[in-house]
Design a protein around this ligand. Sequence first.
Ligand code: SD4
Length: 345
Amino acid sequence: MPLSRRDFLERSAAVAAAGFVPRLPSSELFADPAPAPGFRARPCVVSSSNGIRGVKVAYDKIVAGEDPLDAVIAGVNIQELDPNDQSVGLGGLPNEEGVVQLDASCMHGPTRRAGSVACIENIATPSLVAKAVMDYTDHVMLVGDGARRFARAMGFKEQELLTEKTRQDWMRWKSRLNANDAWLDHDDDLKIKFTTGTINMNAVTVTGDLASVTTTSGMAWKVPGRIGDSPIIGAGQYCDNTVGAAGSTGRGEANIKTCASFLAVEFMRQGLAPEAALIKTLERVVAMTEARLLGPNGRPKFDLEFYAVTKDGRYAGATLYSGGRFAVCDAAGARIEEAVYLYRR
Ligand code: SD4
């Protein structure tokens, strides 16, 4: 005979009062196997292809015994401070009002901590500000003016991040927006119409300690205040010291909806190789894509890239469309490799 709700509640209360309700502490529910004694990983750093200089810097640091998060942040700082990389930090493409607004986040596997800043202005290295949020506050995420003021308090120097080149690109974009507005069109070709860029970098040390970081100027010409996936823990990057780390570049709006870096790490936790984990993650992204962003063949009109490393040092890069590349550095040196993909272009 089925139990009425009242009977059920009464019985449950009696069982609970008698102390018989089976309960597992969450640490046991989610326990991951501890590495075997003598465990050794293959140290490795993996990143988006613009990190080809940075992966070497980060790799040299982790094999010298430095902390994996300090190592990957040093790796991405190269791009953040390079005025010619128009996808991050100094020289990053601005929002529609010509203001550079940056996003970054990081995770430190061994201590299970995370930090993030979003929509921060005037600070060239938001990855370091994200780490400062992690190191010096009880918070995980600071945005906008609060993030900038925090950075100042931590000793970061403010500077204009719009370079002459990005200012001109922005003005060209603006003048071409509408043939009937008051801006005269330039004669020169507009090379940059709508671009994305970003750097994500993940590392594993010889002892299997992991870290991840993502930093970006986001989508060029975005609506002021727009925040992408890069500063969202679990979207722009994610790291679990028992499993691996993953991060992303590309259309952030697609990534946010699937918490895709978290998902990729969870697929690796289930035992999938990094390539398979990233492909399954891309399939989820496609399944969650709204109709207006699908072409007639049912495939997304945007691209999205993922990078992952496992606790034992296996790695992968994956893209929606063929032709994607990523950077890696391990004992064999720094190099660019072809990413696995979901669709042939
Ligand atoms: C964003 N994911 O803000 C970033 C942009 C990017 O390659 O990665 N572009 O959505």
